[in-house]
Design a protein around this ligand. Structure first.
Ligand code: GLY
Length: 362
């Protein structure tokens, strides 16, 4: 077993993110000493693994301890108020107190839900996040954005609630399909474009190796992406500024996810979104042809999609505009002046946005 890497988030609620292989047994040490009861929120596919956590947790919690399992639907189906209410019911019936703790054990949707349940129970109890997907490890479980969806839209209800710790056991990724892993890896690629070019160098050296969870390159790139997220949220927990750079590729990406009724993997949509943002940067006179080519080559080498339906532009634009309006702002894109130099492009001309779309329509 290789050593554990520790990445620190600083700020008003500091915490550590542990990364390694076969480190799930360290979970017990990350719980607050005061905890006597722990609620493990997990999807059906992780039932057995969640059961396996029980004895070590019980042991560590000591006398009078109880480990409760809340099995919730996976993906967006779990991010509903009824599912949160199901978790609250388990906690209420178990006399869960303010000093007890929640564990989010699953992909990004499960950790979003678990974080929300923890943020709202008795006005906030500790949550330790144990993400089991690439997307969860490098994005969703780090940074304290928690929430659920409503019929009107995604993530409309939620709270900023920093986890007490995040445990990323890379061994949990071994059973994921390659497609699932690569889709999650799109967020790692994003970190390369906006922050840590070393990620891009490692993918260019060997793309297959970069997405193999056993390789040193995979671990290094994932750690760099987590480190980026940790640095960004340390500086801007509540998304008042810097944190917005994490939306690179997401303005168009979210509109594509909406057009596809959320049947696409997030990473596939933001891959096209990043290609679009790169083209927009180039057409706005900011980014070089070479850097745009680098986007194309890297995303292609990973097998991520680069193009979307030619006739979809007006629908995508309407979705982006509606999204922005509901947030009380103008349409904003994160663009690049060069690799690792992100900036905001506000309310670009429709002709410019359309011209960039022509480059990804295919
Ligand atoms: N996923 C974007 C953020 O955490 O701000």
């Amino acid at each position: 077993m290789s050593a554990t890497t520790t990445i620190s988030v600083t700020g008003t609620a500091p915490y550590e993110i542990l990364v390694g292989r076969g480190i799930l047994s360290e979970l017990a040490q990350l719980l607050p000493e005061s905890a006597r009861k722990v609620l493990v929120v997990h999807p059906p596919t992780l039932r057995e693994r969640a059961e396996q956590l029980r004895p070590t947790l019980l042991d560590a919690l000591g006398e009078g301890a109880d480990v409760l399992l809340a099995e919730v639907p996976d993906a967006e189906a779990g991010k509903r108020v009824e599912v949160a209410a199901f978790c609250w019911q388990i906690m209420g019936q178990a006399d869960f107190t303010r000093t007890d703790a929640v564990v989010g054990f699953g992909g990004g949707a499960v950790t979003d839900l678990a974080g929300f349940v923890a943020a709202t129970w008795l006005r906030g109890v500790a949550v330790v996040q144990v993400p089991t997907t690439v997307l969860g490890m490098v994005d969703a479980a780090v940074g304290g954005k928690t929430g659920i969806n409503t019929a009107e839209g995604k993530n409309l209800v939620g709270a900023f609630w920093a986890p007490r710790a995040v445990l990323c056991d890379l061994e949990l990724l071994d059973t994921l399909s390659r497609n699932e892993r690569v889709a999650g890896y799109a967020e790692v690629v994003k970190a390369g474009f906006i922050w840590a070019p070393e990620i891009l160098d490692l993918i260019e050296a060997d793309a297959d190796e970069a997405v193999d969870p056993h390789s040193a390159a995979f671990r290094r790139t994932v750690e760099l992406a987590i480190d980026m997220k940790a640095r960004v949220v340390s500086e801007d927990f509540r998304e008042a500024g810097l944190r917005e750079i994490l939306n690179y590729g997401h303005t168009l990406g979210h509109a594509i996810e909406h057009a596809e009724r959320y049947q696409w993997r997030h990473g596939a949509a933001i891959s096209i979104g990043m290609m679009y943002a790169a083209e927009l940067s180039r057409l706005a006179g900011r980014l070089s042809d070479d850097a745009v080519r680098r986007h194309r080559d890297i995303l292609t080498s990973l097998g991520l999609p680069l193009t979307y339906r030619p006739g979809a532009w007006s629908q995508l634009l309407a979705t982006m505009q509606r999204d922005k309006k509901s947030r009380g702002g103008m349409l904003r894109f994160i663009v690049l002046d060069e690799i690792a130099r992100p900036t905001v492009l506000q309310a670009p001309d429709e002709s410019l946005m359309f011209a960039a779309y022509q480059e990804v329509a295919g």
